[in-house]
Design a protein around this ligand. Structure first.
Ligand SMILES: Nc1ncnc2c1ncn2[C@@H]1O[C@H](COP(=O)(O)OS(=O)(=O)O)[C@@H](OP(=O)(O)O)[C@H]1O
Length: 681
């Protein structure tokens, strides 16, 4: 039975329950008393605990997905406790040390499991105790490879070091419900558990509860600067979002900032998210060497070695790594770093990406190109992924655009007067989100001038310098906005810092789309260039039998929006980033364009009059309302027919993305309803 806190103003409530549950269970102490005095039935008592347990388990499951099952006493969680940085400035110290610890502990952050069987052991840990049974052994959480072990998960803190003041907090609370004590006996208690602060710090705890014995959560809470919210239960249901997370207010979005939610929930959620995401980041970045995450993907049945850490539920130690040695950890994240400064490695300096020995030979090598140091993902980073097609600018185009004699930097509509300026607004992603449609639509605005090609300045061409970049831009008059779009910026680790150092008030636009559809779209694009590549189903899994999604495949990884957004939020406030729904850009382009124009401070000139739905194309096309010229639809490369994907694979991918989507909704304060979309199908 989880313990409640002994002291404090509201110390009589369970410390691990969600806020709404706490409210419901306000009289829990009283209930305990009544239970002992035979005034409350065992069933009622048991059901209450079962309810709480079920809520908490969603978090456990989600944590397992992101591989937070670090080994050792306390794990990353325990480590955080040792670095209780209370100020933002101390966060990095804690991050580096703890994440270094986490890597040493062998977590392979993105070896995610989506198998329905995975991690369900806990869900099956139904109460069996009844009156007359004084105590029961704590049940292990999770199944599969991790079965039989209590896995640490955000909020469970099951691996805290001995002596930790968190210890005993979960007391089996997450994994099993309490055995019914004999009437009149003391409450059932796990051996070794002591009364006091509960070990579990789940979502929804008010600060005064978290503070005691909850210091591990503090650094992240502080670091998140009160801005980023973390889902307590990444797998949380939609109805929990608004109330539980209190995302920023959005007109029409339930549970926005305006909704009443305890601030502690935000803090706690921030902790979890920060941990998850940072861990993921480091996992992603840390593999230029033979790290677990970068180890060659192995198909079942092949003999190639594979880190056991990659297996779900396992926590085999990987190669020890110093946090300082991790790419990206040493470089200070100072926005003041000017482009080209020593601490700012040029993207072109990235070593040539070679095949890392994946399963499908050349095609596999293409899809699994290792990342450059400091790079989270570069969408078009690999030799084959650098597809100079519809979304990417060819080198020739760029050199033409960047030449002094160039006119308009690739924008055919740019007049030959005014001056070239650095962009004030960027469409930074996401690849296959609908970025081209957005750019073309906003270019219809007379106060916008945009480069037609993708300059890839902040990822591939940064060493060419800002003058080169400026030259790529079209000429503008005073009052006109210069824009460009390069979807790979969103997943480029260095991009936020570089853009910030160019101009910290740069407005950023991200077009997001259901990550499953986006992945299929991404794959379809590649397939159109390379018909010999393996099927989507093959590429999506590391091990399909085990349900291991291959998050090292860029098509999958790009869709973990929350992970990438975290990087941007280090440099830009949320208010400076506009999230455009790729889905609504198709169904209601004028509505989305209204938001874009407002965000850019432009008069709403691009309206429904500018759009025409082309049945043949199946998409909206642009027209000029003032003349009778034919509508302009995007090219054949936009709106391709996707190959049919095995519904089971889609289902697993949805499950994989769900917690990340929920995080993303909470971070942005917008519910893109991708889960809703899916459940409708
Ligand atoms: N008006 C209109 N016309 C055509 N296509 C449209 C439009 N609006 C959004 N979309 C969707 O945009 C998807 C391509 O996204 P991007 O332009 O971001 O792709 S890229 O990253 O630049 O390659 C593209 O994805 P696919 O359908 O998979 O091809 C479209 O679904």
């Amino acid at each position: 039975m989880p313990r409640h806190k002994k002291s404090g103003k509201e110390g009589k409530s369970l410390a691990w329950l969600r806020w709404d549950l706490l409210v419901k269970l306000k009289g829990r102490k009283e209930m305990d008393r009544q239970w002992r005095q035979r005034q409350v039935s065992w069933e009622k008592y048991r059901d209450t605990i079962r309810l709480c347990r079920d809520r908490v388990l969603t978090r456990v499951d989600a944590a397992r997905r992101v591989g937070l099952g670090a080994d050792g006493a306390g794990g990353v969680w325990g480590c955080w406790r040792l670095f209780p940085a209370k100020r933002v400035g101390q966060r990095d110290r804690g991050s580096a040390a703890c994440l270094g610890w986490g890597l040493r502990a062998g977590g392979s952050g993105l070896e995610a499991r989506s198998s329905p069987a995975a991690g369900r052991g806990a869900d099956r840990a139904l109460p069996r105790a009844g009156p007359g049974r004084a105590r029961r052994a704590p049940r292990a959480l999770g199944g599969g490879a991790g079965a039989g072990r209590a896995l640490p998960a955000p909020g469970t803190r099951s691996r805290l070091p001995p002596g930790s003041k968190f210890r005993g907090r979960n007391s089996g609370g997450n994994s099993a419900e309490p055995a019914a004590p004999e009437r009149g006996s003391a409450e059932p208690r796990r051996p070794g558990a002591r009364r006091g602060p509960a070990a579990t710090v789940p979502c929804g705890l008010p600060p005064h509860r978290r503070r005691r014995g909850g210091r591990a959560a503090a650094p992240h809470a502080a670091g998140a600067a009160g801005r980023r919210l973390t889902p307590c239960a990444p797998g949380a249901r939609g109805e929990e979002r608004g109330a539980a997370m209190s995302p920023p207010a959005q007109p029409g979005v339930p549970g926005g900032r305006g909704s009443k939610g305890p601030p502690a929930r935000k803090l706690l959620c921030m902790c979890s998210l920060s941990l998850c995401l940072t861990y993921l980041c480091y996992s992603l970045m840390g593999g230029t060497g033979p790290a677990a995450l970068r180890s060659p993907a192995v198909l079942p049945g092949t003999a190639a070695p594979r880190s056991p850490a990659a297996l779900p539920g396992t926590a085999a130690p990987g190669a020890p790594r110093s946090p300082a040695a991790l790419p990206g950890t040493a470089a200070p994240r100072s926005p003041a770093n000017p482009p080209g400064s020593p601490g700012d490695p040029a993207p072109s300096a990235a070593p040539p990406r070679a095949s890392n020995g994946s399963r499908e030979g050349a095609a596999g090598a293409w899809l699994r190109t290792p990342l450059a140091p400091g790079e989270v993902i570069t969408a078009q980073s690999g030799a084959f992924e650098r597809d100079p097609q519809e979304s990417s600018t060819t080198d020739e185009e760029l050199s033409r655009a960047g030449s002094p004699s160039s006119r308009g930097g690739g924008s055919s509509t740019t007049p030959d007067y005014g001056e070239k300026r650095l962009p004030q607004a960027l469409i930074i992603g996401v690849k296959k989100g609908g970025t081209r449609a957005l750019l073309e639509a906003i270019r219809a605005h007379p106060d916008v001038r945009a480069v037609g090609t993708e300059p890839h300045f902040f990822d591939r061409n940064y060493e060419k310098g800002l003058e080169w970049y400026r030259n790529v831009m079209p000429k503008t008059l005073d009052g006109q906005i210069t824009m460009e779009k390069t979807p790979s910026y969103f997943v480029t680790n260095e991009a936020p810092r570089r853009i910030h150092s160019m101009a910290k008030d740069t407005k950023l636009i991200v077009v997001v789309r259901n990550p499953v559809t986006r992945a299929i779209s991404d794959y379809t694009q590649t397939l159109s260039k390379k018909p010999e590549i393996p099927t989507f189903e093959v590429l999506a899994f590391k091990n399909r039998t085990l349900g291991l999604i291959d998050a090292s495949w860029s098509a999958i990884r790009i869709g973990i929006y929350a992970l990438h957004l975290e990087n941007w939020l280090q440099y830009f406030p949320l208010s400076q980033i506009l999230f455009v729904s790729g889905e609504r850009l198709i169904t209601d382009p004028a509505g989305e364009m209204a938001k874009v124009q407002d965000f850019l401070g432009l008069k709403r000139i691009v309206t429904e009059k500018h759009f025409y739905f082309n049945k043949t194309k199946g998409f909206p096309c642009l027209k000029k309302p003032e003349d009778s010229s034919a509508p302009r639809c995007l090219g054949k490369s936009k709106g391709r027919t996707h190959p049919k994907i095995d519904p089971d694979v889609i289902h697993r991918l949805r499950k994989f993305y769900k917690p990340f989507n929920v995080m993303f909704y909470q971070m942005t304060g917008q519910d893109f309803q991708w889960e809703q979309e899916e459940s409708d199908k």
